[in-house]
Design a protein around this ligand. Structure first.
Ligand SMILES: Nc1ncnc2c1ncn2[C@@H]1O[C@H](COP(=O)(O)OP(=O)(O)OP(=O)(O)O)[C@@H](O)[C@H]1O
Ligand SMILES: N[C@@H](CCO)C(=O)O
Length: 293
């Protein structure tokens, strides 16, 4: 038997649509796998009632197939589904790391990224790896068709999760099909600023680099109260605020000393918009870890 803790993640970070990702120190899924002749999946925890246990429909089923590793699998969800916090990816990432060890497949963490990404295709129609990469590798990740690069970074974060669901599949429908040259230049500048900020663990640069004139404004419309939440977070000291993944979670970068105030301000703004929410005071963290030695 192998048990792992696979962290939530935030993809895009504004300017890095479908490229940037970050592992969060909390929340996380716990995935346990045991060899079996046929694969079975049991799901407990946050939002378990919305997650299919059929291996054809659960993200871990595709991982089992890709690794040819049938197992009895238990997923204890800490990451709510349809959250923008890489819920479907956390389970797939955890299963990939755990099954690789259970069956002694000998694949490296980087080799496991495209395998876990197959799980994402099951739910969103696209095998995007910008959530599974940080959930497996940890830190800040840059994923392209050529592979993933990662760097550890010490950046305090708040993710505020409203009590509504937005599916990645729906949120991909509002992504514009083209962008102007002006927006392209701005986005490249912001993304480069964010990447330097991560390398220096500088919350000011990371926050400044989260600005995105192309995808985020369209996605923000799907989140009731977004503009107020963003403004209040900045007033409380956030250095940058954007939609986490496909939403509805909103992520803010900040300095350690401001994190509590930023979390309170975001919760208050959602409440003002009539939306219940939960705030996680978190930071960029480690990738999937073994819980059983
Ligand atoms: N193991 C799993 N964990 C969570 N959701 C799963 C799992 N397997 C299948 N699903 C389905 O995936 C959907 C949630 O995935 P989706 O990509 O929409 O949200 P997310 O992973 O929280 O968001 P994001 O990718 O934007 O961070 C739900 O419909 C859920 O039933
Ligand atoms: N990059 C993907 C991540 C989904 O979590 C998207 O924004 O659609």
């Amino acid at each position: 038997m192998v048990t792992v803790r696979a962290p939530a993640t935030s993809a895009n970070l504004g300017s890095g649509f479908d490229v940037f990702g970050a592992a969060l120190s909390r929340p996380a899924d716990v995935v346990t796998v045991e060899k079996a002749a046929e694969t079975t999946i049991e799901v407990t925890g946050v939002g378990a009632q919305y997650i299919p246990e059929d291996p054809e429909k659960n993200t871990v089923g595709a991982v089992v197939e890709a690794l040819d590793a049938p197992a009895r699998i238990h997923i204890d969800k800490g990451v709510r589904p349809a959250s923008g916090l890489g819920s479907s990816a956390a389970s797939a990432a955890g299963a990939a790391v755990a099954l690789n060890r259970l069956y002694d497949r000998g694949l490296s963490r980087k080799e496991l990224v495209p395998i876990a990404a197959e799980g994402e295709a099951v739910v969103s129609g696209v095998a995007h790896a910008d959530n599974v990469a940080p959930s497996i590798l940890g830190g800040f990740t840059v994923t392209t068709a050529e592979g993933t690069s990662s760097v550890d970074a010490a950046i305090p974060l708040v993710v505020c999760l409203p009590d509504v669901a937005v599916s990645t599949r729906d949120a991909r429908r509002v992504v514009p099909e083209s962008a102007s040259m002006e927006d392209l230049v701005a986005t490249v500048g912001n993304a480069a600023t964010l990447a330097i900020g991560m390398c220096r663990s500088d919350p000011a640069l990371v926050g400044a680099g989260m600005s995105d004139p192309v995808v985020t404004p369209e996605r923000a419309r799907l989140i009731t109260g977004y503009d107020d939440v963003r403004e209040r977070a900045f007033d409380a000291g956030a250095t940058g605020v954007t939609v986490s993944g496909a939403g509805p979670a909103v992520i803010a970068a900040c300095r350690e000393r401001d994190r509590r105030d930023v979390a309170a301000a975001m919760l208050d703004a959602f409440a003002g918009a009539g939306v219940e929410a939960r705030a996680y005071q978190t930071r960029i963290g480690r990738g999937t870890t073994f819980l059983d030695g």
